[in-house]
Design a protein around this ligand. Structure first.
Ligand code: CU
Length: 133
């Protein structure tokens, strides 16, 4: 009787531990929160934030707020590029294809950013199953 109770306690603990492990895996699998039409600020010789995840069809606006430095927003693969941007200038790009777009500034090699375009808002993703329907 006593051994049986101990075994069931061990089974219960193992169940709780594996449940916690599955929850941790699920949280890791959840994609970054996708935004609609975010703004990225060019300041301090950096894109802030450097990484954004957006829903398909979103427009990203880059705003120059970096004094006398001239910057560009230039896709690594050539998909898009701004003209030279100065203080107060805006550049917008609408994303109609899902992809990961790395970009950089033509004048400052350390200035890099990435736009990840996903086709559904985060809350419609199911872990391990991908799209629903
Ligand atoms: Cu620059």
């Amino acid at each position: 009787m006593r051994a049986t109770r101990r075994r069931s306690m061990i089974a219960l603990c193992a169940g709780i531990v594996s449940g916690l492990a599955l929850t941790a895996l699920w949280l890791q699998a959840t994609p970054a929160r996708a935004q609609t039409d975010p703004t990225v600020t060019l300041a301090g010789l950096a894109y802030q934030p450097a990484a954004v995840t957006v829903t398909l069809g979103s427009t990203v606006t880059w705003t120059h707020a970096d004094g006398f430095f001239v910057h560009t927003v230039t896709a690594d693969g050539g998909a898009f590029s701004s003209l030279n941007l100065a203080e107060g200038d805006l550049f917008t790009q609408t994303f109609t294809t899902t992809s990961v777009y790395s970009y950089h500034c033509l004048f400052h090699p350390g200035m890099v950013g990435v736009v990840t375009v996903v086709d559904l808002p985060e809350h419609l993703y199911l872990p391990a199953l991908g799209r629903d329907g």
